[in-house]
Design a protein. Structure first.
Length: 246
């Protein structure tokens, strides 16, 4: 089993940070951006790393030593591969714990990790390690159980590709949002979090810094990435920007 191919998007009610029928507060009229927004997309060349786990203790050890990109791969990037799935576990670690270790309690705990609460991969890593470590302490029987299939820690080499869409205004930004693929939405909304240290996304940054729509940018940042597909994310961003312009 490749861990990166088994995560699913969880529908976890406590993760919802924003009620989506609540509209963002009004901003000043949008200003003309000085810098255009370049819609890009990206392709990933998956690499299997050195770390491999055949049981939970080995998973715990690998979690401590694997590169940051592997943690990101098995949590955030899972959302792109399964953007059409609305229910199930939210990350590869949770899925493997259930499907191949048969530990539903641990799987639920791992699935309950809300990645939006962390401002760096190091904090997310520590939380996952804490969950697995505590579980093994409380359930010593799990230390000797072998998984049905190993978990291979993966990461990706990213190739950023341009699209034909460049926005010099909010109207062109909306048109680009409607036209680009969901892979472009993922690139700017999810992938950007690693580049920006999980603090924001490309859409929110541009709308706040170049257009002055701070409240819209904040509302976009609060879109629930667990209970929305990438297509749902696109539709919500379009709706928020449209209402700010009307």
């Amino acid at each position: 089993m490749l861990g990166s191919g088994n995560g699913r998007i969880a529908q976890i009610s406590e993760c919802g940070k924003l009620t989506m029928n609540r509209m963002p507060a009004a901003d000043q009229p949008p200003r003309t951006p000085e810098k255009p927004f370049f819609f890009n997309t990206s392709e990933h060349l998956l690499r299997i790393g050195r770390e491999k786990a055949t049981a939970l203790p080995a998973l715990l050890e690998a979690l401590r030593t694997c590169p940051d990109d592997s943690i990101f791969q098995h949590t955030f990037r899972t959302l792109q591969e399964h953007h059409f799935i609305r229910q199930g576990f939210s990350n590869d670690f949770a899925h493997w714990s259930l499907s191949h270790c048969h530990e539903p309690v641990l799987a639920e705990q791992l699935a309950g990790v809300d990645v939006r609460e962390f401002t760096a991969i190091s904090g997310l890593r520590r939380r996952i390690i804490e969950i697995v470590s505590d579980f093994l302490e409380k359930h010593p029987h799990a230390n000797s159980h072998q998984a049905n299939e190993p978990f291979y820690f993966c990461s990706s080499d990213i190739v950023v590709l341009p699209t034909p869409f460049v926005a010099h205004s909010t109207a062109e930004f909306l048109e680009g949002l409607r036209q680009v693929s969901v892979h472009s939405i993922h690139h700017h909304f999810i992938e950007a979090r690693l580049r920006l240290h999980l603090m924001s996304n490309d859409f929110s940054q541009w709308l706040e810094e170049e257009v002055g729509l701070r409240h819209v940018a904040d509302a976009i940042e609060r879109i629930d990435i667990y209970t929305n597909t990438m297509e749902g994310v696109r539709q919500q961003i379009v709706r928020m920007v449209e209402q700010a312009l009307n």
